[in-house]
Design a protein around this ligand. Structure first.
Ligand code: ES4
Ligand code: ZN
Length: 347
């Protein structure tokens, strides 16, 4: 590498770090760092099947989505009190702010917690408490998206929505949408047609994971049956040219998570990732961290690794950040403010 290209890369990395951006695909339970896992296990008297923080990190050698989910659900068992959810969320917000994330939409999985006897109200209070404090103290903007676990029956999703609805008024400033996550293959969007119709009638925004490990048909299903407003991941859409046309024409946002796709072996090398091709085909692509404590990096790590592996231009990096604000579930005033900031930054 020549000295000039090294300087250019350093400049691009610095540019990425300072770039204002939004994160739209983040599972708050996936931001549980091993250090906090140990701290909460100690605080709550929970036994962990690991001898040390290093042993936890060593276990993060995944072969596919399910091999990750097994550890992710086990790790979440240390989350018990409102303070635990508060601390988890505040730790994420600090990392996000350090990466110049202006706005974050947090996925949370209530079923992972209610099944262990943690009340729905405890989960909401802890996460929302931290997000409200971050807004008051730092002007950090956020929203919450309740995700249904797709490996469980639709009836469980209905019960989860019913259990959360009494809290809607109290958290109206934050809880604005529902999503669909967990093991994709064998659990197509159509399984959740009823509960998504109900959520839409209630005025919630709707998103779903589709085309991460599942086929393009699941992306079609999420669009046609669930009527989602964004596709989470969606990288396998590239296998279906008609779907690519449709996504480009509608500017349907895709919340792509490059380091997640690498860690879960959706791609075997970041240089094989199709993010740049999707972007260059006119799709509304965004970059996100998914489960940063498990996949090796928060927002800027995802941006930097992707820009390097795919030789993204500074214009493309700005396009990715602009897409994140365009795809956010915020007021037009908020959107305008961030787009103006981005414009001024990149001028
Ligand atoms: C997830 Cl990467 C991913 N895919 C599907 N469901 C999830 N839950 C947490 N991370
Ligand atoms: Zn995800």
């Amino acid at each position: 590498m020549t000295l000039t290209t090294m300087t250019d890369l350093h400049d691009l990395h610095d540019f990425i770090r300072r770039l204002p951006k939004a994160e739209l695909h983040l599972h708050i339970e996936g931001s549980l760092e091993p250090e906090m896992m140990f701290e909460l296990a100690r605080r709550n008297g929970v036994a962990l099947p690991y001898a040390s923080v290093d042993a936890v990190r060593a276990a993060y050698d995944f072969t596919d989505l399910q091999s990750f989910l097994d550890l992710y659900y086990a790790g979440a068992a240390v989350l018990q009190t409102e303070q635990d959810f508060f601390d988890l969320t505040m730790a994420y917000v600090r990392r996000a702010m350090a990466d110049n994330v202006r706005h974050a939409e947090l996925f949370f999985d209530p079923q992972t917690h209610t099944v262990r006897g943690v009340p729905m109200a405890t989960v909401f209070a802890g996460i929302a408490g931290a997000l409200r404090q971050a807004r008051a103290d730092h002007g950090f903007s956020s929203r919450m998206i309740l995700c249904f676990l797709r490996h469980l029956p639709e009836a469980d999703a209905f019960a989860t929505l019913d259990a959360a609805l009494p809290l809607r008024t109290e958290y109206a400033d934050l809880w604005i949408g529902v999503g669909l996550d967990s093991g994709e293959v064998g659990n197509p969007p159509e399984k959740f047609a009823g509960v998504f119709a109900r959520a839409r009638e209630l005025g919630f925004h709707v998103v779903a994971h589709a085309g991460e490990e599942g086929p393009p048909a699941y992306v079609h299903g999420a669009l046609d049956v669930l009527k989602v407003e964004r596709i989470d991941h969606g990288v396998r859409s590239e296998e279906d040219p008609a779907l690519m046309q449709r996504l480009a024409q509608s500017r349907m946002p895709l919340t792509v998570c490059p380091l997640s796709n690498l860690k879960l072996r959706v791609v075997k090398d970041l240089r094989d990732h199709n993010l740049a091709r999707l972007l260059r085909a006119g799709l509304c692509v965004t970059v996100n961290s998914d489960d940063p404590a498990y996949f090796g990096g928060y927002m800027n790590a995802n941006f930097v690794a992707t820009a390097d592996a795919l030789a993204l231009s500074s214009k493309e990096v700005v396009d990715l950040a602009r897409n994140s604000f365009l795809a956010a579930f915020v007021t037009e005033d908020e959107r305008r403010r961030w787009l103006d900031e981005l414009q001024a930054f990149s001028a």
